[in-house]
Design a protein around this ligand. Structure first.
Ligand SMILES: [Zn+2]
Length: 382
């Protein structure tokens, strides 16, 4: 079974809707903050964290402004957050933090027993806070499993039926920063520029820094501070949408260039990037790679992750290992090709033969494209 998330933009329209919306999000935040307090208290006394079932019994009836299912769902999320923080700390990530934030508002989560679709409307119950009713813009792609109500966004997680897709060929996909996607089936290669994504992320970071700088001279919570906070949220939402759009266009191009293909995707290998001091490049890429893999998985015949260690350094013809810049040059056999093409050829070999196998050929037909159209004036037009 696969899952698809449908995002709809929604904001309450009437005063009554706003009341229900705010009350439920405040109640969710109260539950979360109570759990944070209790977790902190237990940790300070070195007591063990009780099981999820015990917390569910504890939460029963305490939060009348939420439905019982939403309460359980949020408790489950908190327990998962505690668990993953504990796992990270035991595996040597000492800076991993347990949930600590006590928010004023928190997203409300609904199960499919709570949230119901009736006549094209989504009904969301909240115990004593009231019920929200919102119109769905289109039919859902599958069975509704979970709903998440955030500020201005409602996320509907749907379960999709597995449609058998005829597999015709396999391709190797290398993900990067400057070249967002390099894909090859052995005969031709498609390189998609990642400059637009990188520029958007850099622009976002720059604007975030200047917002922080401006806010540091204001009193927290003051009107000027709030104005900056709103500007920041707007900018973040804009850049998020822009990146999402670019990623969708890029993966669509791969799906159209190689119809009916199963992708072998290099598993992002971030430790190397961190150790070599390319922290920034790492931040740019880590934000998008998981999303890219998700998009590829449903737009093509599935994405399988393989180990990408040394795939961009090893010569696919003779097997010699060379370090290179953007253009790869082999010292032994004199092969010259774009580095990302080498990476995708090797990933394809790893996917097919479970090891780096020399003796491949490198595709001559290399096609460079931008995810959308060429940004800026057309080359040679001025
Ligand atoms: Zn070579």
């Amino acid at each position: 079974m696969s899952y698809r998330t449908v995002e709809i933009r929604w904001i309450p329209k009437t005063a009554a809707e706003w009341r229900v919306f705010t009350a439920s999000r405040k109640e969710a935040a109260r539950l979360w903050s109570d759990l944070v307090t209790r977790h902190h208290r237990l940790r300070r006394r070195a007591l063990t964290w009780p099981s999820k079932a015990r917390w569910e019994r504890w939460g029963k009836g305490r939060y009348p402004g939420l439905s019982a299912q939403s309460t359980q769902q949020l408790i489950g999320e908190f327990c998962e957050a505690v668990h993953s923080a504990r796992q990270l700390r035991t595996t040597g990530h000492a800076d991993a933090r347990y949930p600590w934030k006590k928010p004023r508002y928190h997203d409300v989560v609904y199960t499919n027993q709570d949230a119901r679709v009736r006549n094209g409307c989504l009904l969301l119950p909240h115990g004593t806070s009231g019920r929200l009713r919102l119109l769905l813009p289109r039919a859902l792609p599958g069975r509704l499993m979970e709903v998440r109500l955030s500020l201005a966004t409602v996320r509907l997680i749907c379960e999709m039926e597995e449609v058998p897709r005829p597999q015709q060929r396999v391709i190797g996909v290398d993900l990067g920063v400057n070249t967002l996607i390099a894909a090859t089936d052995g005969d031709k290669a498609l390189l998609i520029s990642g400059r637009a994504v990188k520029a958007t992320v850099q622009y976002r970071n720059k604007r975030l820094a200047s917002c922080r700088q401006a806010q540091s001279t204001k009193t927290q919570g003051s009107r000027r501070w709030q104005r900056l906070q709103r500007r920041r949220a707007k900018m973040l939402a804009q850049t998020h949408r822009r990146v999402r759009d670019l990623l969708h266009h890029a993966t669509r191009q791969v799906a159209e260039a190689f119809p009916g293909a199963t992708c072998y995707v290099g598993k992002p290998f971030y430790d190397a990037a961190e150790h070599s001091g390319r922290r920034h490049a790492h931040q740019v890429s880590s934000a998008c790679h998981a999303q890219l893999i998700g998009h590829l998985d449903y737009k093509t015949c599935g994405a399988i992750q393989v180990d990408e260690q040394y795939t961009s350094q090893t010569c696919p013809v003779c097997g010699e290992r060379n370090k290179g810049r953007r253009t790869y040059r082999c010292r032994q056999c004199g092969l010259t090709a774009p580095r990302d093409v080498i990476g995708s050829v090797n990933i394809l070999a790893v996917g097919r033969h479970h090891a780096l196998a020399p003796g491949r050929s490198v595709p001559n037909a290399v096609h460079w494209v931008h995810p959308v159209k060429y940004p800026g004036p057309k080359p040679g037009s001025s």
